[in-house]
Ligand binder design. Structure first.
Ligand SMILES: [Zn+2]
Length: 133
């Protein structure tokens, strides 16, 4: 997937923390809603970029400080988002294309928000399963 370099989030991922999701995005489609996992197709209100968005909350049995993980994967079409629905939470976590992450483990005071694999934007034509190592 091409990097959404036109999107304000590309330069400032912290924007996702400083305002409600609703202010930043339009919800195109709710893909999955569970107690601790939800997935949505979002569209940036500013530039129209589509994002596959996942919110995942682990259960902390001991202290009730549930770690929270959010992932925004830019997608070209809603079909591409449907394809990501086939991936598990762990596969989404290991997704090796450009993706905006917000990691909030229970030991942290505030989430860490960053773009993972920014650099893989340069070779975006790689097909899944195209590993020849
Ligand atoms: Zn945008």
């Amino acid at each position: 997937m091409k990097a959404p370099t036109q999107c304000a989030l590309w330069k400032d991922p912290e924007m996702t923390r400083n305002q409600p999701l609703k202010a930043q995005f339009e919800e195109v489609k709710m893909l999955l809603r569970d107690d601790h996992l939800s997935r949505r197709l979002l569209r940036c209100r500013e530039c129209g970029q589509l994002y596959f968005y996942e919110f995942y909350e682990e259960i902390d049995w001991d202290e009730g400080k549930d770690p929270q993980y959010q992932t925004y994967i830019p997608v070209p079409t809603s079909e591409a988002a449907e394809q990501l629905m086939r991936l598990s939470v762990f596969e989404i976590a290991a997704y090796d294309g450009p993706s905006l992450r917000s990691d909030f483990p229970k030991t942290a005071k505030k989430p860490r928000i960053y773009w993972a694999h920014r650099e893989s934007a340069h070779h975006d034509e790689t097909m899944p399963g195209d590993n020849d190592e």
